[in-house]
Design a protein around this ligand. Structure first.
Ligand code: AMP
Length: 429
């Protein structure tokens, strides 16, 4: 299948060609025709599937086909949970609409509002925004949404996790009833389904792109049992053998900063992105990481959600997430499009219950790297019963079932490990 066969406007086809896109991804194949037909859409898809183009292309096409309004008015609105994602979505929209004359703008909090207000005054067709700044500028009278015809809620589950539900409800009261709505979420718990039913028309279409599959097929995974205190040293050891960019995930802002301090002390170029960092600091770190001048980027899940870093080789889960789906999002950062990637997870005694949840979700045992200098200390940590339970998570009754020695490390069905992709140490057979 080609983009031509989807009935896409020649101006957009040229823009896609300039991006080097030849074949639509599955979500694009499924979504573009129904969106061009004007249906609402409920999309379950992780990032890295081509989701952004799947919704941006048909919207641009509709805007181009609309009789040009006398004055530029906001006709498409994409709302995303994070500033970084907003920037990325707007950047993509600009690329896919290059040469069409449409004007895209992005607004988010944490920076001065004046440049954003100036852009809005000059007229915008396609607006990408985070909820807080959007409502703020609307309240100040700088944003008029009355001509809106297309509304996209991206990463809805994350939006709820971040407490934006009230802002979304307020927004729904402001935007016109008559519109095409698109609702994307990586996961579909009940509360998300309920929210979607308030946004979408009843004859909406649904596309689902499986979460686990692309990940397991393209990303080589490995896990190290390691005592908490040994994590920094293990990280430094592994980094020595890694060429290319490494994205490290931590659970807390404080923890991320600590890792940066340790790496910097040892001469490794590293920076962190998380909610306490200024928008400029976050964007600078991200830009340096993308252009290759920063080897290691350390991020919390919220800061990194949806971020697309092409050619990312490695993801390290310095701390395992307590929500299994988050692991899938994290490792989806690597192995994008046709590239392969590697994910390495550090698992302390109090994280083994999380590991079990993750393996259950992705339906495979992540190969365990046992032949490493910190394995003994990890076993000693595990031997102390108090270390095993993540007390805060209320999982006190849960008994992790595997001992390291008895753990199966059945191959994952992923690509064979090449070079030092598992981190230079040997996998237990
Ligand atoms: P997304 O899921 O929207 O974050 O997209 C993931 C990555 O795939 C981005 O780097 C896009 O530029 C890229 N991409 C999207 N659609 C295509 C396509 N049809 N062919 C090649 N790359 C694509």
């Amino acid at each position: 299948m080609t983009f031509d066969s989807l009935g896409i406007d020649s101006r957009i086809l040229t823009a896609l060609k300039n991006q080097g896109y030849t074949t639509p991804t599955p979500i694009q194949q499924q979504s573009i025709p129904v969106l061009l037909d004007g249906y609402d859409l409920l999309g379950t898809a992780q990032t890295g599937t081509g989701k952004t183009a799947a919704f941006t292309i048909p919207i641009i096409q509709h805007l181009l086909n609309d009789p040009t309004p006398k004055r530029r008015e906001i006709r498409a609105l994409v709302v995303t949970p994070t500033r970084e994602l907003a920037l990325q979505v707007a950047e993509n929209a600009k690329r896919y609409s290059a040469g069409t004359g449409l004007r895209t703008a992005v607004i988010f909090g944490g920076v001065g509002q004046n440049p954003q207000v100036e852009q809005l005054k000059n007229g915008v067709d396609y607006l990408v925004a985070t909820p807080g700044r959007l409502l703020d500028l609307h309240n100040q009278g700088f944003i008029d949404l009355r001509q809106l015809t297309h509304f996209v809620l991206d990463e809805a589950d994350q939006m709820l996790d971040m407490g934006f539900i009230h802002d979304i409800r307020k927004l729904l009261k402001i935007i016109p009833q008559k519109r095409q709505s698109l609702f994307f979420s990586a996961t579909m718990p009940k509360v998300i389904v309920e929210l979607s039913s308030q946004i979408l028309k009843s004859n909406y279409k649904q596309v689902r792109i499986a979460v686990e599959k692309p990940t397991a097929e393209r990303v080589t995974q490995a896990v190290y049992y390691v005592a908490k205190n040994d994590k920094p040293t293990l990280l430094l050891e592994l980094l020595k053998d890694m060429e290319g960019s490494v994205l490290v995930f931590g659970r807390t802002k404080h923890g991320c900063d600590k890792v940066v301090r340790i790496l910097t002390q040892k001469g490794v170029k590293a920076a962190a992105i998380h909610g306490n960092k200024s928008q400029n600091a976050r964007q600078n770190a991200l830009n340096s990481f993308k252009d290759g001048s920063l080897k290691v980027l350390i991020a919390t899940d919220i800061a990194a959600r949806g971020i697309d870093i092409s050619g990312l080789e490695y993801v390290i889960n310095y701390e395992l997430p307590n929500i299994a789906e988050t692991y899938v999002h994290r490792i989806g950062r690597t192995g994008r499009a046709d590239a392969s990637g590697a994910s390495i997870s550090f698992c302390a005694a109090d994280e083994r219950a999380y590991l079990k949840d993750i393996e259950k979700l992705i339906n495979l045992n992540i190969p365990l790297m046992e032949d490493h200098p910190f394995a003994e200390a990890a076993n000693a940590e595990w031997a102390v019963p108090e270390n095993r339970i993540p007390a805060k998570q209320g999982q006190g009754q849960r008994q992790p079932q595997r001992q390291p020695q008895g753990r199966s490390s059945k191959p994952t069905g992923s690509k064979p490990e090449g070079g030092n992709r598992g981190g230079g140490y040997k996998k237990r057979r």
